[in-house]
Design a protein around this ligand. Structure first.
Ligand code: VGL
Length: 208
């Protein structure tokens, strides 16, 4: 959706809402390089949220990890992770069962070889605009967040959204964790909630 010609209200408590799907990419799903065990469980709820967002004419953002082949994020170069979501590879594609609308705003992140780029707020839209600027431009004050992974990119995105003054709701039936240590995902949800995020589930919980 291009709202650039419409007058934009400034973000405020009365601003509108958007849905942000974080990193639902092949590499974070079974068969991929760094799978979150619950990936497939969340696809149907994600598609229900996407259908509801469309019915409400709510903007939809989808972030993606978009790493260079050489990055300090990968084990071979000093980081914690196996190579994943390398730019232009199959593993970096959105999961094929995810029903993203054609006007989804894709936010690419993790392309700086010196930074992990967990947060969608480090990402940019195809026209090079940082996520926070794009949200402001569209008058969005409330973000519904779902996707992968609860303990890394969802967590950091939610914390950054709260720090930016947005209202943030985490859709708990549509997130899945890596859980490198058992309980990491649950702990991340508790932390997001303690810092001010609302936790909700079920497509009816979306309101424009
Ligand atoms: C992520 C671990 C490593 C994520 C990215 O998208 O949550 N997790 N890199």
């Amino acid at each position: 959706m291009d709202a650039s010609s419409a007058p934009q209200p400034s973000p405020s408590a009365s601003g509108r809402a958007a849905l942000l799907i974080v990193d639902v990419q092949r590499d974070f799903c079974p068969g991929g390089a760094l799978p979150a065990p619950g990936c497939l469980r969340i696809i149907a709820p994600l598609n229900a949220y996407l259908a509801r967002a469309r019915a409400l004419r709510m903007p939809v953002y989808a972030s993606r990890d978009w790493h260079p082949a050489v990055t300090t994020h990968f084990k071979a170069y000093g980081g914690p992770w196996p190579p994943h979501c390398v730019q232009g590879t199959e593993g970096a594609e959105f999961h094929p069962s995810l029903e993203l609308p054609p006007d989804t705003i894709v936010v690419s992140k993790g392309d700086d070889p010196e930074r992990p780029g967990y947060s969608a707020f480090e990402g940019r839209t195809p026209d090079g605009r940082p996520l926070a600027d794009d949200l402001r431009h569209r008058g969005i004050a409330h973000l519904y967040v779902a996707g992968l992974t609860t303990d890394y990119c969802v967590r950091q995105t939610v914390l950054d959204g709260l720090a930016a003054g947005l209202r943030v709701t985490v859709l708990t039936d549509a997130v899945a964790a890596i859980d490198a240590r058992p309980g990491d995902g649950e702990q991340a949800l508790a932390e997001m909630s303690a810092k001010g995020a609302a936790l909700a589930s079920g497509a009816d919980s979306l309101a424009a």
